[in-house]
Each structure stands twice: as C-alpha cells, then as structure tokens.
Design a protein around this ligand. Structure first.
Ligand code: ATP
Ligand code: MG
Length: 855
C-alpha cells in the first residue's frame, strides 16, 4: 500500500516533527508557552492514525478542559482531511474516568448508574455526618473537612491509606469521618469528583487482569498540560502506560497553576526517571506572541526560583509594547477596556487610548481620529490625507494640529511610516482574563449596558444566574402582571408552602376566569380555594405585587369611566391617572427583593454560594441605575439575551486566568493587577514563596495568551463583595521589564486628562498614593490636576479605607512581619508604618503586612 500523504507534517518545525515521528516509547515535550506543544500533540494523534499504528478508539488522549478536547477533535479531523469516527477516549481525566467507572463500578461497590455529587451535595452530606458525631461545626466547618478529603483524593489516598502524619487533621477526626463519608457515598450509590480518579486507580491497582486489558487496548497515551496533573492522575497514567510505555506528555513547568488543587509540578520533572530512556524534545520558537509580549512574560517569570529555565524566541514582527494603565476604580477599568475593545473592533483609536509617551504614537492616533472627520472620509493613504489637510484650513485651528501637520510632513519626507498602529480585531479575537471571577461582573454590566456581545467561558453569564433570573422574574411580575411565566417562577420562590397542587389550582382558576395568574390567585384566595399556611403566604405575595406595582407607577389618583369607548363587547373601559412614583426604581427593586423574602432567603442559606449570590443581587440593583425605570431595564436585558441565543457569533470572551490555559487571542486584557487581588491576598499572607510563585506563573500564563496586544491594568479602588477596598498596583507590575511596557495615562486618576506624559515609575507611585487618597500625597495630586484644569475623579464616593489596618497599631507596639521578623512601631503615617526591626533595622512597611505580636 502506498504511503498516505502527510500534509500535517509540513507545518511543523524539525523539533516538533521529531516529537510526532518518534511514535514508540516515552516522549516528553517540555517547552515554553506558544511553542506549538499542543499543535505537535495533535499532529501526533493524526500521524498515529494515518500510519495505521492505532485506530481512533485505541488512543487515549487527555486534555485539560472539555473545550480543549473539542478543539483537538476538530483539528484532528481537519488535519486528517477526513472525518474520523470519533475518538471516544479523547477528553479530560474526569470525562474519561466517568466512562471507565460506569463499566466497572461494581468493583468498588457502586452500580453503573451511580450519581456524581456536586460541591453542594458533598458539603451537605459531610455536614450530616459531622452533626451526627456532635462535632462543633463552627470550630470545625464542613468546608475545611471537604478540603482535606479532596486533598487526600488528589493524592490517591483511600481512608486506609491516609498516612499517620495526617492523623491530627480536623481535630484528629479527619480520617474517621472520611471513612464514614466514603461508606455513606456507597450507600447512596454516589461518588464525588475526586472519587472518579481515586476509584479508577483503586480498580487498576487491585485488578491486574483488567489493567492488563486496558494496557493492551490503549496503544498510545498522550497528555497535554502535564505540569498540572495531580498524584492520582499521575498514578493512573503510569499504571496504564507501564506496559508498552508509549506515552507522550507535553507541558511547561512555568505554567503549573493548579498546585492549590493538588497538582504536582514534580510529575513532569520526574518523567525521565519514571520512564527511563525517554525521548525529550525541547521547543524554543514561540509562534504565538510578539517579541515585546514574550519579553514581558519572560521578565515576570524570571522572578521565580528553581525553574528549569527555557530559551524562547520568536520571529514575529516587533509589534506593540505591553500596555499598562492604572484606573481610579474597577468600574472605570471596565469602562476603559470596553471603549478600547470597541476601538479595536472598529479599527479606530478612541481618544481614551492615546498613548502619551511617544510623539509618533500620538501622531498616528491623531490620524486615525481624523479618519472620522466627515470631510476626510474616503481618504485612504496618508499622503492623500496630508494633501487634504492642507486644504482644510479650518482644521489647523490650533498649534498642536499645526505641529501635527509639520510632523507628518517631515516624516513623509523622511520616508517613515505613518500608518496608524491601531489594529482591527473581531470581537472573538479579544479576551478579558481575570484573576477572580467576581471581577467579571463589572465587565458584564458594562457590556450589557453598551450592548456589546460577550461570552463567559467556564461559568454562566451574569444574567443567566439563578438568583438574577429569580430577581428579574419579580421585576417582571411587578411591571407586567400578565407575565405568567415570571409568576410561575416566583410564586414558590422562596418556599411559601405552595406545592404543585396549589399551583395547579391557581392555574385552573385563572383559566376559568380568563385572567392572569396573579388575578387567578386573588380569586382563589377570595373564594377560600386555598388554605393553611400557603394561603397567608400567597396573600402576602399578591398584596406585595399590587403594592410594588403602585410604587412603580405612582399611586392611582383618579379613575374615570370612559363612556365613549366601545371596545370588544361594549363594556365601559376605565382610564386611570397616576401620581408620580414615590421612590426611584432602584430603591423599589431593593424593596421588592427584601419584602418578598427573596433577600432573606439567601441570607439564611448556608451554602458557600450564598454570599456570592447576595453580592450578585446587589450588583443587579446597581445596574438599574443606568436605566429610567424597571421596564426599560428589563427590555434591555431581554433584547440582549435574545441576541445571545444564537450561540456562536462574534463575542468578546471573559474568563479566569485558570480557564485560559492553552488558549490564545490576538488581543488580551489583564485587569485587576492589584496587590491582594493578583497576587491574591492569600498567596501574600502565606509564609514562604510557594503561593506567590504560583501566582507569578499565572501572570506568565496570562501574558503569553496574547498574540498581538496585551493590556495590563489595575485600579486604586475596587469593590469586592460590597466593600470598597483600596490597593497598591500588583508587585508583578514592578517585574515587567520597562523597555517592553508602554504606560498609558490613567484617565480616572487625573479626571480624564490626557495631557501629561507619565513615566512608569511615577505612575506607579501616584497610583499607590491614590490608595491613601486622604493623605497629603493624594491632596497634592488633586491640586495638581486642578491646576491643569482637569476635572476631579468622576464620582466622589464614600470609600471605606481599611481603617482597621490604619488604626490598629500604636506607637511602640511590638509587631511581626513575615520577612523582617519582630520589631517596634516608631512612626505611623496613614497605613504606612515605620518599624524598628530587631534584626532588619528601621524599615517602612505597609501595615497590612504586619501582625501584632502575641508575646
Ligand atoms: P501553551 O503552552 O500556551 O499551551 P503550546 O506550546 O501548546 O502553548 P500551541 O497552542 O500548540 O502552543 O501553538 C501556539 C500557536 O503557534 C498556535 O497558533 C499554533 O498554530 C502556532 N504554531 C505552532 N507550531 C507552529 C509551526 N511550526 N509553524 C507555525 N505556527 C505554529
Ligand atoms: Mg498548549
């Protein structure tokens, strides 16, 4: 048989090709971001099939996310140039293990139709066990135990295997309740997420014959993102590969970001020991990012110790520097980014995106702005533009424009490029990557307000969340009582003791009387068709709906029977007149949520999601401010949601940094580079550098997602779970190599002034000062912007500065600092303290890095 064509090899460099063609034995591809690891892995799958070494169902390929699995499947099909009959064993660890466990469930005492518990169920079950043991769950919360158990499962430890070193965990009761929990799961014919792998490892370890079968069946094993495998996953892979050893793992130690979930970067470093004679392939050319972006990422990751270290280079054109911008608060950050996205979408620089540090850049921006002048429409080349500019004397109204013309002419004479640097991107080519999911809301709100399509990857979008849909159903019933669907949704949410029977009765009454459900319920109540606790509750709801409706419209002040109208059956119609509403629709929304018991319902809910849901409700009410009334808001949302129904299409992506692993976008926005958010407070509080190093790798992952444009931003003030917090710019910003960074003027800090150039260090300083803006430094800054004739930051808010931190230390107090040890406070200025440390001498430190010493 003639060899089949192998076009998929043509697009690979020689190192990648080697990794593809080395089909037998262990292969490790250890290389930096964007070097084509995933591409090579995909080509390898194709090659295995194309050369007849394996059928699609004999290949076990593990990806990190379901999305990545889908993409890989599509690419394999594309590269192969023919449709494949599917690859049943291409998926995430979990997806593959569910499939296997369904086949062999009885080997661990489950039935094949076992259910998989989510985190909520898991916690509920643990709580029951804890309560039965009469353990004080305030001191020893269920969450703590679930964390411990997950940790054990990640390490493939069944209760019998938990090491004695862990015996003290959870007040010495951890192992015991873990065993009870596993037994209870079996009774329920259920397992949790961690069990999927744990059970499969157990099965393979205890049933050698079965393991042998699978070893023979899976002829080739391929694993992407190997640096993020945990011990259980690692053991499972090693068991399966230990026969033929045809295993190919790819990864990057610098992108290990799941340590908090039990991933062990050591797995990748140990590969050569586990599989002696492994063929190690190193890739050094990055095909994704521009040199500036790559250099910025490398600069940050260089701060980590104990890296393998890799050379990365790119042949891409230089492109733009990484853009850095500071904002007054998180909302302004969202506003700026949405403006910038729109500018990139249209290919025109918005005023707000003017770079200040380079005259040339300014010229380019000015040109793209001129492109919007009606008179200059249709002008294509810069030369043409210049010619026309001279004609338009009205344009040359001020010095700066005359300067511009002069500069353009000079540049033209010197043969320099004048093309605007502003690039055009489709919405789906742009992504916002956040550190914490609560950051998403500001963006979603903004996008909904301006009608910009977006998708949230790895979670529901704001207006699709349960609590938001519930709340909006309340608003709908109030603004249009005929909205029966909305009424159905809320009639027993929160629980009002109205079961199916009662609800059916309401429906029936409404149908019989030809009225809406609200009216139907009213009639039912009047004729005593509903009794008990439910009746009282229903009455409260119906009265509420009427009252809130009145509040929305204003009170009815005149009723007039209209004799002249003969509509339908000739019955007289009434005309009502209403007074002005007594409260704003924003206040009303809050009243509805509170009086209906919906707010209380979540306040009493003890699941871990409840605080987030309450926070979302607050955000919802806040979003109303931008609309005239409830109806306007509801219309807006329904229009947007409707647009979104068509699934695909051009949309901006919003996701967490963790979810962005392996992906790439031409333009990437990295908001929230504030100390305490990124790096996270927890990682900074931790002793040692482990947590901080993982955050740094996350920064590296974030920057390296960008192909052409990478924008990093931070905000001096941010509202987190309802509280205003102020922050310093992220320490990672200091680690960005200056020559690869373009600092943009922070519009908020200077009230929208675009006049002055701001060198980076200065910006950083000032932004940090804004943090303590009631300090002399902030006032200085304010008077400076006044001098420049600039407006103040748009909104003056009651920002709660962390006063606890400011006031909790007193002169002479003995304190402890993670890095400098013990010392005594000798000076206090805002939240900055001067401390004389016993070993390190006198240092200025920020109070939140200090703890009072107990001794
Ligand atoms: P990450 O570490 O972020 O997962 P990666 O090493 O898996 O990155 P890929 O996603 O495979 O990198 O490739 C990055 C980009 O470079 C992709 O757009 C890919 O198509 C392109 N690419 C990879 N190899 C080559 C090549 N030999 N020639 C041209 N483009 C390539
Ligand atoms: Mg990859």
């Amino acid at each position: 048989m003639a060899a089949r064509p192998q076009p998929y090899l043509d697009g690979l460099n020689s190192a990648q090709r080697a990794a593809v063609e080395q089909m037998d034995g262990p292969v490790l591809m250890l290389a930096g971001a964007g070097t084509g690891k995933t591409k090579a892995l995909t080509a390898r799958i194709v090659h295995l099939m194309n050369t007849g070494r394996a059928r699609p169902n004999e290949i076990l390929a593990v990806t990190f996310t379901n999305k990545a699995a889908r993409e890989m499947k599509n690419r394999v099909g594309g590269m192969l140039g023919q449709s494949i009959e599917g690859m049943p064993w291409l998926g995430t660890f979990h997806a593959i293990c569910v499939k296997l466990l369904r086949r062999h469930a009885e080997l661990v005492g489950l039935k094949s139709n076992f259910t998989i518990l989510d985190t909520d169920d898991q916690l509920r079950l643990l709580k029951q066990l804890i309560r039965a043991e009469e353990i004080d769950d305030k001191r020893w919360p269920a969450r703590m135990l679930s964390g411990i158990i997950d940790g054990w499962k990640n390490r493939a430890l069944t209760p019998e295997k938990v090491p004695s070193a862990d015996a003290g965990l959870y007040n010495n009761r951890g192992t015991e309740i873990y065993a009870q929990y596993q037994a209870r799961l079996k009774e329920l014919n259920a397992c949790d997420f961690g069990d999927l792998l744990l059970h499969m490892v157990t099965i393979f370890q205890t049933h050698e014959d079965l393991l042998k079968q699978y070893q023979r069946w899976f002829k080739f094993i391929l694993v992407d993102e190997y640096q993020d495998t945990n011990v259980a996953q690692y053991l499972w892979l090693r068991l399966l590969a230990s026969g033929h050893k045809n295993i190919c793992c790819v990864g990057d130690d610098d992108q290990s970001i799941y340590g908090w979930r039990g991933a062990e970067v050591g797995n990748i470093l140990r590969f050569e020991t586990d599989f002696p004679g492994a063929h190690v392939v190193r890739l050094e050319q990055n095909y994704r990012s521009t040199p500036h972006i790559l250099a910025a990422a490398s600069g940050v990751i260089a701060g980590n110790e104990g890296r393998l270290g890799k050379t990365l280079w790119t042949a891409a054109r230089k492109g733009e520097q990484v853009r850095l911008i500071g904002h007054w608060d998180g909302e302004e950050e969202a506003r700026w980014i949405s403006d910038d996205i729109e500018a990139h979408q249209s290919g025109r620089s918005a005023l707000a995106t003017r770079r200040e540090n380079s005259r040339t850049e300014q010229v380019k921006d000015e040109i793209s702005r001129l492109g919007e002048l009606e008179a200059l429409r249709g002008v294509n080349s810069i030369g043409e533009l210049l010619g026309r500019l001279k004609e338009y004397e009205s344009f040359l109204v001020d010095d700066s424009r005359r300067d511009l013309l002069w500069e353009l002419t000079t540049r033209q004479e010197e043969g320099l490029s004048l093309e605007p640097a502003f690039q055009k991107f489709g919405l789906s080519e742009m992504a916002i990557l956040v550190r914490a999911s609560h950051q998403m809301r500001a963006f979603e709100d903004r996008f909904l307000t301006i009608g910009l399509p977006y998708r949230v990857i790895g979670g529901p979008r704001f207006y699709e969340r349960l609590e938001i849909r519930d709340a909006m159903a309340y608003f709908r019933v109030v603004t249009s009582p005929d909205d029966d669907l909305a009424f159905e949704r809320i009639v027993n949410t929160p629980k009002r003791g109205l079961g199916d029977k009662a609800q059916q009765n309401i429906q029936k009454t409404a149908r019989e009387n030809g009225v809406n459900l609200v009216e139907g319920a009213r009639i039912l109540l009047a004729n005593g068709g509903i009794g008990g606790k439910g009746a009282a509750q229903l009455r409260l709801l119906i009265d509420g709906i009427e009252r809130w409706g009145e509040m929305a419209r204003g009170p009815r002040i005149r009723t007039e029977i209209d004799d002249n109208s003969v509509i339908d059956d000739g019955a007289p119609t009434a005309r009502y007149e209403y007074g002005p509403p007594e409260i704003s629709h924003v206040e009303l929304a809050q009243v509805i949520l509170d009086e209906s018991g919906y707010t209380g319902f979540w306040q009493n809910d003890k699941t871990p999601e409840a605080p987030g849901r309450l926070e979302n409700l607050k955000e919802l009410v806040k979003a109303l401010e931008q609309f005239e009334n409830l109806q306007g808001f509801l219309e807006h949302v329904s229009l947007i949601m409707d647009n979104e129904q068509d699934g695909e299409g051009e949309k901006v992506s919003i996701m967490t940094l963790h979810a962005a692993k392996g992906l790439e976008f031409p333009a990437v926005f990295l908001p929230g580079w504030d100390d305490g958010l990124f790096p996270s407070q927890r990682s900074m509080d931790e002793s040692g550098i482990k947590g901080l190093e993982e955050e740094r790798r996350l920064a590296y992952v974030g920057i390296t997602r960008a192909e052409e444009i990478c924008t990093i931003s931070f905000a001096a003030n941010r509202r987190v779970f309802g509280q205003w917090q102020s922050a310093m710019p992220s320490r990672f910003i200091d680690e960005l190599p200056e020559e690869h960074v373009d600092v943009l003027t922070p519009p908020g800090l200077y009230g929208g002034g675009y006049g002055a150039a701001m060198p980076k260090s200065d910006l950083h300083e000032k932004a940090a000062e804004a943090n303590v803006y009631n300090s002399p430094g902030w006032r200085r800054l304010q008077s400076r912007s006044n001098d420049r004739g600039m407006s103040q930051p748009k909104e003056t808010r009651n920002v709660t500065i962390d006063m606890a931190a400011v006031s909790s230390f007193t002169m002479g107090e003995r304190v402890f600092h993670q890095k400098f040890g013990y010392g005594a406070v000798i000076g206090i200025e805002g939240d900055k303290l001067e401390v004389e440390f016993e070993k390190a001498g006198i240092k200025k430190v920020v109070s939140r890095f200090l703890t009072g010493s107990d001794d």
